[in-house]
Structures are given as structure tokens and as C-alpha cells.
Design a protein around this ligand. Structure first.
Ligand code: CA
Length: 443
């Protein structure tokens, strides 16, 4: 039998080993960022040194998708690890605290709930957009702490309120209680993320979901960010670059805080945009991809995507198709929790090179309960719109989806149509409609 002091030391070291083997998990999502709006994605005007460094020291996933071409459904799929059409979350919810239907259905398990049950301290910062009724609140969906706003966007300065939907004007809230904020919203969210990390006890692993609303409209930004882009002629593009620079500064602060707390090697980080850029609206650029936010061409759903975990993953690029749904199983596996999740694949064996096969045979998309569909299988992608003949593209040869091969390859069309229809039959109709068009919206 061990002497008491040695016994306690052994217990402490075992506890430490258990904690050390389970990484902290940081999920950073940006809003409406285009495919070529960051330095490592090929932007020549944008300045994103910290996100570029994150990509360089992590794994850049070059065929990475989100499960929807706009905000709320992507988040619903990402946080549950399931195609969100399986539970009818196929539209953006109306912002209405009295609406108990428009939001992420409460019978769906979130990654925050899973990690919370596994002993993680969980935090949400920024945009929610998964329902405004009390039952949909982040604190009810697995988060121990929450700071941000419940709607689909927000004004960035307290004083700039013109022409936006009411949900953009709500007070920010901390753990459900309204709280005034001063300064620039993107900076505030970064401060909160850094403070969350500062306050953590090294013995308890944590999960932090940081959902920046930048660079979603309204395009509100000032110095010090705007003045970094004197050579950018387009006012819209200059503001986009400046809003991205604010996010980048914030991510730099978050990464510096991780280093300072000696948590850098043991934190699993995901970084992605929630959909493609809405080109023409916020100055975003999806080149070389076709299309934009809202569409199932690559420009709507293929996004910048980085996974970084210095302890376990060597830096590099990963080229097999993956999807934002995979964040759930990957995070859960890293945490030692292995829930049965229908559509999500643990990417760790693939990203570490142990498994050389493709994580998914197929990836699927559907919008509006059946307005647009798409399926990807290997190099091929089929895009189908209601009332229009299906289109087929070879993405390895034609990333821009410029040459429709449907007429030349009818057997591939037939195979992908059959797989897509089989998936579609597993889905339910949307359980809530999207908000009506906003008359105050300028663009
Ligand atoms: Ca978005």
C-alpha cells in the first residue's frame, strides 16, 4: 500500500494525465466569409496573419463544406452532427422570443451537451441564431456560459442602428441577462473569448464556441482596421477586409492567450465560415468558385476550413471531401465521448494519416424543403434545382463548375440522382418557415 502522500500524488498525476489526454476544444466560426477572403486562401488584399499562421501550423482542409448555404441551418447541423433537414431545420428562424417552434429542436443533442456531460466546461460567445425563445437559449443547450446575441446578426457599434432588423438591435446578453457593450463588437467578442480561456482551471478541459458575426452585414467598421487598407479602391471590399482584420486580430489574441496559459499544444481548434460569401453584398470574394451564399454551387457551400491540434496532428493539407457535420464526432472522439451520431465522421484517423480512405462516400445538400439539391461523390458533384435538368461537374478538373457533363455522363447522373433521392426520402419537411423579406434591408 502506498503511503498517503504518495497515494495522493499518484491520484493527482492520474487526474492530470486524464486531463492532459483530453484536449480543450475551440470552435471558431465566422459569418459570410468568402472562399478567397483570407491570405492563405489566396486573397492579395486581405491581411489575416494570425489565421494564416493558424492554417500553416494546422491542417488546411481544401475540400471542406458546410451543410447549408446559409447561416442557421449550417449551425444546426454543425452543433448536432446530423444533416439538419432530418429534423426540419432548413430555414433561418424568425427572431421572436415568443416563437417556440422556430429554433433548433430541443430533442436534438448538441456537441456542447455531449462535452458538458463528459466533464467539459462549455462556453458560447457571439451569434446564436438557433431560436430566440427561452427553451432554445444556449444555456439550455449545453453551454455553461453564454455571451452574445440570439438573432442572426447585430450592429457592431451601439450608435449605428439605422436600417437593420430589430434583432440586430437587441442588447447583448450575458447568461441571459442584458448587458451594455462599449466599443466594437468584434473586439468585445474576442475579449470575451480570451477571458474565458484566462479563467479556466487547467484541470478541467473546456469547449468554447466563438461565433463571430463578422464579416456579415452591416458593414460597420472604423479604425484601427479601415486605415490598414489604403490601397483598396472598392469601399465595400475595403470594409470587408477591415472587418476580417478585426476578426484576425481577435484570433491572434485568443492564440496568444492559449500560449500564455500553456494550453496551445492541447487545444483542438476548428476554424471555418458558416457559408460562402454573399458576393455583391459584403464585398466577399469566392474565386475561383462559382456562385455565392444561398446557392449549392461551390461558392455557397465550400469554405475555408482549418483543424489544428499540435499534440496530435502534423501540419499540412487534407484534400478528401469533409463537412462541418464532422466537427461533432471529431470533438467527441477527442474528448473520449463516443455518441452514436448519424452523419458525423471522426476525422482524427483521416487527418493523422492512419486512414487513407475517404471519410464520406457521399455528401448531400437540400434547401427550402426541395428547391435545390446537391450531392458530391469523389470527384463528381451533381446539382439539381426544382424544375431544371440536373447538372454534373468534375470538381477535380473543373473547380469553377463551368462545364456541365450531364449529357456526356448519363450513367453517373443516374447513379448520383438515385443516391440523392434515397437520402432525400430520409428527410422531413421544414418545421418552420424563414423570416419574411425585410423591408428595411438595403440590399
Ligand atoms: Ca452566414
Amino acid at each position: 500500500m502506498l503511503p498517503r502522500r504518495a497515494f495522493l500524488a499518484a491520484c493527482a498525476s492520474t487526474a492530470f494525465a486524464a486531463a492532459a489526454s483530453r484536449p480543450n476544444i475551440l470552435l471558431v466560426v465566422v459569418d459570410d466569409l468568402g472562399y478567397r477572403d483570407l491570405g492563405f486562401q489566396g486573397a492579395t488584399d486581405a491581411k489575416s496573419p494570425h489565421i494564416d499562421a493558424l492554417a500553416k501550423s494546422g491542417i488546411r482542409c481544401t475540400n471542406a463544406y458546410v451543410s447549408h448555404p446559409f447561416c442557421s441551418p449550417t449551425r444546426a447541423g454543425m452543433l448536432t452532427g446530423r444533416y439538419q433537414q432530418r429534423f426540419g431545420h432548413e430555414n433561418n428562424p424568425v427572431y421572436n422570443p415568443n416563437d417556440e417552434v422556430s429554433g433548433l429542436p430541443t430533442d436534438q443533442i448538441t456537441i456542447a451537451q455531449t462535452l458538458q456531460s463528459a466533464g467539459y466546461r462549455t462556453g458560447h460567445i457571439g451569434k446564436w441564431h438557433l431560436g430566440a425563445a427561452p427553451k432554445f437559449h444556449p444555456l439550455k443547450r449545453g453551454f455553461d456560459e453564454s455571451y452574445g446575441f440570439l438573432g442572426g446578426g447585430h450592429q457592431y457599434f451601439t450608435a449605428q442602428m439605422e436600417g437593420r432588423p430589430a434583432e440586430y438591435l437587441t442588447p447583448l446578453e450575458r447568461n441571459g441577462k442584458p448587458e451594455k457593450f462599449e466599443g466594437y463588437l468584434t473586439d468585445r467578442l474576442s475579449d470575451e473569448a480570451a477571458a474565458f480561456i484566462q479563467q479556466r482551471d487547467a484541470k478541467q478541459p473546456w469547449f468554447l464556441y466563438v461565433a463571430y458575426n463578422a464579416p456579415h452585414t452591416p458593414q460597420q467598421v472604423g479604425d484601427p482596421y479601415l486605415s490598414r487598407f489604403p490601397g483598396v479602391a472598392s469601399d465595400q471590399r475595403k470594409k470587408l477586409d477591415a472587418m476580417v482584420a478585426a476578426v484576425d486580430d481577435g484570433i491572434g489574441r485568443i492564440l496568444a492567450t492559449l500560449k500564455q496559459r500553456n494550453m496551445d499544444r492541447d487545444t483542438l481548434i476548428f476554424f471555418l465560415s458558416d457559408n460562402g460569401g454573399p458576393i455583391g453584398i459584403n464585398g466577399s470574394d469566392n474565386a475561383p468558385l462559382r456562385g455565392a451564399k444561398g446557392q449549392l454551387y461551390e461558392g455557397g457551400i465550400r469554405v475555408p476550413f482549418v483543424v489544428r491540434w499540435p499534440r496530435r496532428l502534423k501540419p499540412g493539407a487534407y484534400q478528401q471531401p469533409i463537412i462541418s457535420l464532422d466537427i461533432f464526432a471529431t470533438a467527441a472522439a477527442a474528448a473520449g465521448a463516443k455518441p452514436a451520431v448519424l452523419d458525423s465522421v471522426d476525422l482524427l484517423p483521416f487527418l493523422s494519416g492512419k486512414n487513407k480512405s475517404a471519410p464520406h462516400k457521399h455528401l448531400f445538400w437540400r434547401t427550402g424543403g426541395g428547391v435545390q439539391w446537391a450531392i458530391r461523390e469523389g470527384r463528381y458533384k451533381l446539382v439539381r434545382r426544382r424544375g431544371v435538368a440536373p447538372e454534373l461537374y468534375d470538381l477535380e478538373a473543373d473547380i469553377a463548375e463551368s462545364k456541365d457533363l450531364a449529357a456526356a455522363q448519363p450513367e453517373i447522373v443516374q447513379r448520383l440522382e438515385a443516391a440523392l433521392s434515397a437520402w432525400d426520402r430520409e428527410l422531413i419537411p421544414p418545421v418552420f418557415a424563414g423570416p419574411p423579406p425585410n423591408p428595411g434591408k438595403k440590399k
